[in-house]
Ligand binder design. Structure first.
Ligand SMILES: *Cc1c(COP(=O)(O)O)cnc(C)c1O
Length: 360
């Protein structure tokens, strides 16, 4: 068996230790005589898995007691609708910050339900910057403010948490959750699809402040109300049990690594090494303002795009896979989430230097 370094934006690499443990427990979880996939979600065995995963996540992120943690389906894309459906009963106005492709999708979905005030947009810079706090034109009386802390496609990340006063802050943390410590108490809602930095696809994590639960708009489907899932411990219907279990293994792995402070230091090192390799060379370039560069998703271009395909093919032969950039941006993109080892980033940097030496 040989494992490659997978730079995919998502679904992305999982820690090898997690996959090994899942493999060992595949046919017989802890003497239960069955796989986690075969268990009743309401049985004692799975309930213990579910509760432990939630407890470990709460400890890792220091989630305050007045927040619920929900384990849902539907992806971050469902949250684009669920957020306005649950937070706008009394108000018709919401604020959105537009910093890239995922913000745009969230905004388009919200517009189907409410009036969206664009509090800031960086489209003028082709999404290579983040707005500063003083650039935000917040309504003040909005039902919430929504932003995307890390834009997975453009590779821009907020270096700060927007201040919104008493207006709840809602964040799509799909591609940067668990990459560093976050002060959860500054947020009304944090949500994330699991397939980037949590676990396998099919699970969506929602951390929601309790006072924001129970106010869904008239006619909201039962499955699209936070109250439904909050009141039932995310077991109103069958939850994504295996993905929940694997997420739990990832939370344990993160604890073993030393927690989110330690992950932040590692992620900083990984990203800095790759940005340095790009910046010292005239052969590679990254268009993002250094103040807003993502630690998780690093797009880069070759000075001569005619070499793109050769770069990708030779990288692949060297065990460095899925480096093709998003079609809307072009070039390359290296996604280096928690599970990407430093050895993977170093292998990419070495490959890039050698490719430049031969073709530059
Ligand atoms: C991947 C991604 C999404 C979409 O997630 P799904 O779970 O596929 O719906 C939304 N927002 C961001 C920031 C993402 O990276």
């Amino acid at each position: 068996m040989s494992r490659i370094f997978n730079f995919s934006a998502g679904p992305a690499m999982l820690p090898e230790a997690v996959l090994q443990q899942a493999k060992e427990e595949m046919l017989d979880w802890c003497g239960s005589g069955m796989s986690v996939m075969e268990m009743s979600h309401r049985g004692k065995a799975f309930m213990s898995i579910a509760e432990q995963a939630e407890a470990d996540l709460r400890a890792l992120m220091e989630v305050p007691d007045n927040y619920k943690v929900l384990f849902l389906q539907g992806g971050a894309s469902s949250q684009f609708a669920m957020v306005p459906m649950n937070l706008t009963r009394d108000k018709r106005k919401v604020d959105y910050i537009n910093t890239g492709s995922w913000s745009k999708k969230a905004i388009a979905e919200a517009r189907r339900y409410v009036d969206v005030n664009l509090a800031a947009t960086t489209e003028g810079s082709r999404f290579t910057t983040t707005p500063g706090q003083s650039d935000l034109r917040l309504s003040g009386d909005a039902a919430y403010v929504h932003y995307t802390p890390n834009e997975t496609i453009q590779g821009v990340e907020f270096p700060y948490t927007p201040e919104t006063g008493t207006v709840p802050l809602v964040a799509d943390f799909s591609s940067s959750i668990l990459s560093r410590p976050v002060d959860v108490s500054k947020y009304g809602i944090i949500y994330a699809g699991a397939q980037k930095n949590i676990g396998p696809a099919g699970l969506t994590l929602v951390i929601v402040r309790e006072d924001l639960i129970g106010h869904a708009i008239e006619g909201a489907p039962v499955m699209f109300q936070y109250a439904t899932h909050s009141e039932s411990g995310s077991m109103y219907n069958t939850p994504p049990t295996y993905a929940w279990y694997l997420a739990g293994l990832v939370f344990k792995w993160l604890q073993d690594k030393g927690g989110l402070g330690e992950m932040a230091a590692i992620n900083q090192r990984k990203a800095q090494a790759l940005y340095d390799a790009v910046d010292i060379s005239d052969f590679y370039a990254n268009p993002v303002d250094p103040a807003g560069r993502s630690l998780m998703n690093i797009p880069f271009t070759l000075a001569d795009p005619a070499l793109d395909n050769q770069f990708l093919q030779e990288a692949e032969e060297a065990g460095l896979k899925t480096l093709k950039g998003h079609r809307s941006v072009g070039g390359m993109r290296a996604s280096i989430y928690n599970a990407m080892p430093e050895a993977g980033v170093n292998a990419l940097i070495d490959f890039m230097a050698e490719f430049e030496r031969i073709n530059g």
